[in-house]
Design a protein around this ligand. Structure first.
Ligand code: ADP
Length: 474
């Protein structure tokens, strides 16, 4: 299938522009002038004679108006229908539909509420702590934990205004805030001939700011019976919504093995590669086939995941400073490789990481026959993954995967807060010394401070300059 990429001014040198068969400049860096501009997107599709449009993960990918406009423009939208998106895109509407389909939901409200007194009454009924959420929510925006009644009015006002500015929709509701749940989600696929299947689960409990950074499949917490119950619940909801194409039904799983519906993402997920690795299926190819009207061609009984896959997200962000974005120029990027390693990335030496968008640079995926082997393989690949010039969580991720609680599969959504709140990079690590050396010698630039060599590493590391090593040790 020939591809046309779209890009903004800020992404002129982004790898996807070079990789696609054709590329169309949408406009300025600001999303409203480029990736969020429906007219420009449809014009680009028409101008190049595209037959279908894949909406990706972010921006307009879950926008039913966009799906309708694409269809009205004579193009096939590669995703669910606008109606299914509307039924599931609103968190409150999706909760209500889930309950009707016999899928358990987190205790909470079944309508958005603006009135302070009614919110307070609902919070008393649900029981503190409660979580304020935006009906239109996503990306953790408009989400606030409230521990006690006195904090509710102010938190509700802030959440509503944050939701209003992020989504143009300030409606909020309350859910019970579950202590230490796991985030477990089910991948579903539906065709236009009435078939809906599930492709197993992904566990995405390793999160900062309620957003995923490590994902894996299968979840260490599921056995075959629970997997089937969660999978069948997800399929019931997808069928109730008239869902087609790829989607993800998200759940929270508590320590007693009870699961609660959270929300549906009506698009492909960033973490879909772990499902691809364990099922051997190409989800994007299946998305294209479904959009072209073909039957799924896979029955539930054909889905037989094997092995273990983990994905680590590599962002331009600083894990030692609250994960604030770290945009800037990439001085050097080297991709890890080897058996069972996949690196889906958009980073090349010399490029600028724009300040305008989510700073995700790449996704590193490891696959192996067991979870233990997969962790080992991932750590080796992370150690080989070079991204210099901006801060990244690469060292942090190695430490997370090395933690005994992670090794034992004792993961939950507060894992990073509990074990890694005080994490700092090891300035004297061999990796830091090695990359500093590499930068100076091969590329003639001085190392960023995180990669600076110290006297200690100069003395003891195997990466000492050869000359000095010769002198000292013959
Ligand atoms: P968003 O769409 O903004 O990403 P989600 O509803 O998907 O929000 O929730 C994101 C994360 O927030 C979850 O994976 C979980 O860690 C946390 N979370 C959401 N709802 C609850 C809840 N009721 N109790 C505890 N944690 C929650």
């Amino acid at each position: 299938v020939a591809t046309v990429a779209v890009y903004s001014d800020a992404d002129r040198h982004a790898p996807h522009v070079v990789q696609a068969d054709e590329a169309v400049l949408l406009g300025d860096a600001a999303p409203s002038a480029s990736y969020l501009n429906i007219d420009k997107l449809i014009a680009a599709a028409r101008q190049t004679g595209a037959e279908a449009l894949h909406p990706g993960y972010g921006f307009l990918s879950e926008n039913p108006v966009f799906a309708e406009r694409v269809a009205a423009g004579g193009l096939v939208f590669i995703g669910p229908g606008a109606e299914a998106m509307r039924r599931l895109g609103d968190k409150v509407a999706a909760r209500n539909l889930a309950r009707q389909a016999g899928v358990p939901t987190v205790p909470g409200m079944d309508a958005p509420e603006a009135d302070e007194n009614r919110l307070a009454a609902a919070a008393e009924r649900i029981g503190y702590p409660v979580l304020i959420k935006a009906s239109a929510g996503g990306g953790g925006k408009g989400m606030r934990v409230v521990e006690r009644p006195q904090a509710l009015p102010e938190a509700a006002r802030l959440a509503a205004s944050e939701a209003q500015s992020a989504f143009g929709d300030g409606r909020i509701f309350l859910e019970k805030y579950l202590p230490r749940p796991r985030h477990v989600e089910i991948q579903v696929l539906g065709d236009h001939h009435g078939s809906v299947i599930y492709l197993g689960e992904r566990e995405c409990s390793i999160q900062r700011r309620h957003q995923k950074i490590v994902e894996e499949s299968p979840s260490p917490a599921l056995d075959a019976a629970l997997r089937r119950r969660m999978g069948e619940a997800a399929v019931r909801l997808a069928k109730a919504a008239g869902y087609t194409n790829a989607g993800t039904v998200e759940f929270l799983l508590d320590e007693s093995g009870d699961f609660y519906f959270l929300e549906v993402n009506t698009r492909l997920q960033v973490e879909h590669p772990v499902t691809e690795m364990v099922t051997g299926l190409d989800l994007v190819r299946l998305q294209l086939n479904i959009a072209a009207g073909q039957p799924l061609g896979i029955a539930q009984s054909d889905v037989a995941p094997r092995g273990h896959a983990i994905e680590c997200r590599i962002y331009a962000e600083d894990p030692a400073a609250g994960f604030i974005p770290s945009p800037g120029r990439i001085l050097l990027a080297e991709a890890p490789a080897g058996p069972g390693i996949r690196y889906d990335h958009a980073v090349v030496s010399g490029m600028e990481v724009p300040v305008h968008y989510d700073p995700l640079l790449g996704k590193l995926i490891a696959f192996a026959e067991t979870r233990e082997a997969c962790i080992a393989r991932m750590k080796r690949a992370l150690a080989e993954c070079v991204v210099l010039g901006v801060r990244t969580p690469i060292e942090y991720l190695i430490d997370v995967l090395s933690h005994s609680a992670f090794e034992q599969g004792k993961t939950h959504t507060h894992f990073l807060g509990e074990h890694f709140a005080a994490w700092r990079p090891d300035a004297a690590s061999d990796t830091a010394a090695a990359v500093g050396y590499l930068l100076e010698t091969a590329h003639g630039v001085s190392a960023p401070s995180g990669a600076a060599r110290t006297d200690q590493t100069a003395e003891f590391s195997p990466w000492r300059r050869l000359g000095r090593w010769d002198l000292a040790e013959g």
